[in-house]
Design a protein around this ligand. Structure first.
Ligand SMILES: Nc1nc2c(ncn2[C@@H]2O[C@H](COP(=O)(O)OP(=O)(O)O)[C@@H](O)[C@H]2O)c(=O)[nH]1
Ligand SMILES: [Mg+2]
Length: 272
């Protein structure tokens, strides 16, 4: 089915589960590393929503047994809950790329990025979808730094780092996105098919910046939807100094390389 056709059908009523066949084509991807305190409640929450999302967990061999918990839940949500397991902690960026490729091989129309830790409110998934389906976005970003966006309970150093990073990225890239490091996103299939995912070079959180930059340079329309971002209550953050380092020089490098090469996928139909 073409994305165009999906848009038309979904626009009937995007929260109505009875048009499930169409809406089951939305895939939520959640990367996990040691999220046993959160993952079961997160799975139950996503499947309790009115919109019939499918869910793919990409687990990097979490030592705390997160993958096992997901597999136990699969029995309750057959055909809707999937897991892709990798052998070790290979980074958030590569986890999402693996998830995108998994979904592109199947016939999903919309792909969501969301954290396992409830920093992103699953109730906002439908708002991101609507920004694409009803408001004409090619991708929708759940944004902390547009009017109406909020941060709750985040320690001051994280706010400083995140807001500083967003100013820095906008200064270097001139990309008109207020929250370029955001990780709560809805991508339409056409965006992911158009980007050469093998060219995405960041493995850590800077991957979020690079994906938006790739979509921006390819001319896609980015919508920002205000969200309230809440710091995790359970489990621990995987943010590290290495991740920040990757981003500082990496963003300049990314901008520089964009003068000479494009993110355009050469063979959109043959995604591995
Ligand atoms: N598969 C995988 N997931 C990761 C990795 N690093 C972080 N995550 C997950 O990515 C999401 C965001 O990470 P989190 O620690 O909450 O980052 P923070 O919100 O920026 O502090 C969570 O669901 C993590 O479990 C990784 O290397 N591999
Ligand atoms: Mg988090």
């Amino acid at each position: 089915m073409t994305a165009q056709k999906a848009v038309k059908e979904v626009a009937i009523d995007f929260t109505n589960p009875r048009i499930g066949d169409t809406l089951a084509k939305s895939l939520v991807i959640i990367p996990t590393y040691n999220e046993r305190e959160n993952i079961v409640r997160m799975i139950e929450t996503v499947f309790s929503l009115a919109t019939p999302f499918h869910l793919l967990v990409v687990d990097d061999g979490s030592p705390d047994g997160t993958a096992q918990l997901v597999k136990e839940q699969q029995e309750f949500f057959p055909g809707r809950l999937f897991i892709h397991e990798r052998s070790g902690k290979l980074g958030l960026g590569t986890a999402y790329i693996a998830g995108f490729k998994w979904g592109l091989e199947r016939d999903y129309d919309y792909f969501f990025e969301m954290d396992a830790d409830f920093s992103h409110n699953p109730n906002d998934l439908a708002r991101l979808l609507a920004a694409c389906v009803e408001d004409g976005g090619d991708l929708a970003v759940g944004s902390r730094y547009v009017k109406g966006g909020k941060l709750e309970n985040w320690p001051f150093d994280r706010i400083f780092l995140s807001y500083g990073a967003s100013l820095y990225v906008r200064l270097i890239t001139w990309m008109p996105v207020k929250d370029p490091t955001a990780g709560f996103i809805c991508y339409s299939r056409r965006v992911l098919e158009s980007i050469n995912l093998d060219k995405i070079s960041f493995v850590g959180y800077a991957f979020q910046i690079e994906m938006k930059f790739a979509a921006f340079t390819l001319g896609f329309k980015i919508k920002e939807v205000p969200i309230t971002f809440t710091d995790r209550i359970e489990g621990v953050s995987k943010m590290s100094k290495g991740i920040v380092k990757e981003a500082i020089l990496g963003v300049i490098q990314m901008r520089w390389q964009s003068f000479f090469s494009s993110y355009k996928s050469l063979t959109p139909s043959s995604v591995e």
